[in-house]
Design a protein around this ligand. Structure first.
Ligand SMILES: *[C@@H]1O[C@H](CO)[C@@H](O)[C@H](O)[C@H]1NC(C)=O
Ligand SMILES: *[C@@H]1O[C@H](CO)[C@@H](O)[C@H](O)[C@H]1NC(C)=O
Length: 158
């Protein structure tokens, strides 16, 4: 492989890696949703941010810390301290509003940042609501198959 091919393959793998770490969560107004974030190790510091700036939830020295939390999230965000030792830093956002839509980042300074895209459906759009539909749906953006395809392309085509 020449250097250009190699760079292209590396780039495709990076894109796959990034997209496979982005999770989409769907909710209706008023719902409580889990925004998932887990690590492959114990983290003492975790910083949840909305649109990369607004503080949503912090873990500092292994403890929940609400000191910097934006007023918007006051009383609506819950972490799971008993899960910290299981490397699970997911949070629950309750009483979801339309204005909560957007990207949440779970920043693990010592390893990586997990992005969660929250899509809040308009309650008034009742035509799309069937009765069990008020539970939130979670799906992974980016699929394993696209990763497999890129790897195969890199191995066999170039
Ligand atoms: C993290 O903890 C929450 C709350 O107990 C749970 O709902 C969720 O499934 C856990 N996530 C993982 C990856 O274990
Ligand atoms: C879903 O909606 C039904 C009726 O609209 C309600 O009875 C039920 O409690 C809701 N479930 C949740 C998890 O909000």
């Amino acid at each position: 492989m020449d250097i250009r091919t190699y760079s292209l393959c590396a780039l495709m793998l990076v894109i796959n890696e990034v997209s496979s770490q982005s999770v989409i969560v769907e909710a209706a107004q008023g719902d409580a949703v889990i925004l998932p974030c887990s690590s492959s190790r114990y983290e003492k510091y975790v910083f949840w941010r909305y649109r990369d700036t607004k503080p949503v939830y912090d873990i500092i020295e292994g403890k929940e810390n609400f000191h910097d939390q934006d007023g918007e999230y006051r009383g609506r965000v819950k972490g799971f301290p008993s899960e910290f030792t299981k490397w699970n830093y997911s949070i629950t956002l309750s009483d979801v509003k339309l204005s909560d839509s957007g990207t949440y980042s779970c920043n693990l300074p010592d390893s990586r940042t997990v992005h969660v895209e929250l899509e809040v459906k308009d309650e008034s759009d009742s035509s799309h609501r069937t009765s069990p539909d008020n539970s939130s749906i979670m799906r992974k953006a980016g699929s394993t198959s696209s990763l497999v395809i890129s790897v195969l392309l890199c191995i066999f085509v170039f």
